[in-house]
Design a protein around this ligand. Structure first.
Ligand code: THU
Length: 157
């Protein structure tokens, strides 16, 4: 049977005040987004296993394909600081219902999280609407680092 209230699923990996902290970091980062081409401003924040928070925003380019999404920008910050295990993510967009991460960002999360909860924030101010999903819901049967070791060797060998 379908979960009747997936939107109100309990936030389990971290306590509510830490979710609020993560949400605030995503909203603050959204104000720094560089999105002159799309006009679509996104902020993200990730919390690593050791409790640190890293934030990021989308950064566009006149060569459109170079655009960096908010989620990947936050993850890059975490990895550069040695944070390779992500336990929670918050994404703030100005739309309703809140935007979900794009496929490339989901795959990037899967590199650094076995699974994690993702708080989607939306609405005009970027945080009035809240919805929680898991990475495994967003990207079931993900291709993972462990998949590579199972495929090593010559083709057909
Ligand atoms: N964007 C993100 O930052 N994250 C996503 O998951 C989806 C899309 C950005 C990229 C681009 O700057 C703008 O939103 C419109 O696609």
């Amino acid at each position: 049977m379908r979960d009747p209230k997936p939107e109100t699923a309990p936030l389990s990996v971290i306590p509510p005040e830490q979710w609020n902290e993560l949400a605030a970091a995503a909203v603050a980062a959204r104000a720094r987004a560089y999105a002159p081409y799309s006009g679509f401003f996104v902020g993200a924040a990730v919390r690593t296993r050791d409790g640190r928070i890293f934030s990021g925003a989308n950064v566009e380019n006149a060569s459109y394909g170079l655009t960096l999404c908010a989620e990947r920008s936050a993850i890059v910050q975490a990895v550069l600081a040695g944070g390779r295990e992500i336990v929670a993510v918050a994404v703030s967009s100005g739309i309703s219902p809140p935007a979900t991460p794009c496929g490339m960002c989901r795959q990037t999360m899967a590199e650094f999280a076995e699974d994690c909860e993702v708080l989607l924030l939306g609405g005009p101010k970027g945080d009035e609407e809240r919805r929680v999903v898991t990475l495994s819901q967003l990207l079931p049967q993900a291709f993972r680092p462990a998949s590579l070791s199972r495929g090593k060797g010559p083709v057909g060998g």
